[in-house]
Design a protein around this ligand. Sequence first.
Ligand code: ZN
Ligand code: ZN
Length: 241
Amino acid sequence: MPRIVADLHTHSLASTHAYSTVGELLAAAAALGLDALALTDHGPALPDAPHPWHFDNLRVLPREVGGVRLLRGCEVNIRTLSGDVDLDETMLGRMDWIVASFHEPCLAPGTVAEHTEAYLNALANPGVDSLGHTGSIQFPYDVDAVVKACRDAGKTIEINAGSFKVRPRSVPNCRRIAESCAKHGTFVVVTSDAHSHWDVGAFAPVLALLDEIGFPGDLILNADRDRLFRYIETRRGRSLA
Ligand SMILES: [Zn+2]
Ligand SMILES: [Zn+2]
C-alpha cells in the first residue's frame, strides 16, 4: 500500500467532543512527516460545533507549520434530502477541503432511497469534495449509484479509520464501498477522523482493508502530494500557496 501523505479529516477542540488544539494536531502531523492536514471541525448545525465565525477566521492561521500545509476545512452536515449543507456558498468557496456527512442530530435516518438522494444532491454541490464516513449503518444507501456519481463529479469517497474505532459495525460497509470504488474507478481518501492529536495519521486499519481487497493505489487521492494539491487547486480555481 502506498503511504498516505495528508490527513483530510481531523477535529480540534473547537468541536467540543474533540480534545486537541490546532497546534497539537499540526505537531502530530509533522512528527509523522505528513505533507498536509485538513482541519475539518463540525459544521455549525451540529450541537457541539464551533460558531460560524470559526470557519470565516481560519485565514488567520499560518498556511504551513513544520512542513505541514494546513488545509482550511469543515465537516459539513447534510441537512436535507436536497443535499443542503450548513455552510453557505461563500464560506464553502473559502475552504480548501469540505467533507460532507450525515449526523443524526442534523438529519434523521430515513430510507435507502432517501439517503441515496441526499448523497447525490450533496455531490452536486460544487463546494463539497468528499462524502464522510458513508459506511455508517444508520444511513444505508445505493453504493454503486453514489460511487459512480462521485466519480462523474470528480469527487472522492472517504474511507474513515475512525469508523474502525467508534463505528465498528460499519466496517463491512466500508469494505463494500471500497470495492465499489475500485470497480468503478472512483477516488477514495483515507482519513483518520481524529478527535485528538494521538489519532492523527492513524490510518492502519483502512490500509490493511485496502490491501486485503487489492485496492489500486493510484485511486487513493491523498497518497500523492502533487496529485492531492493539484486536485484541490483545480477544483477551487486558486493556488494553495
Ligand atoms: Zn462525522
Ligand atoms: Zn468527523
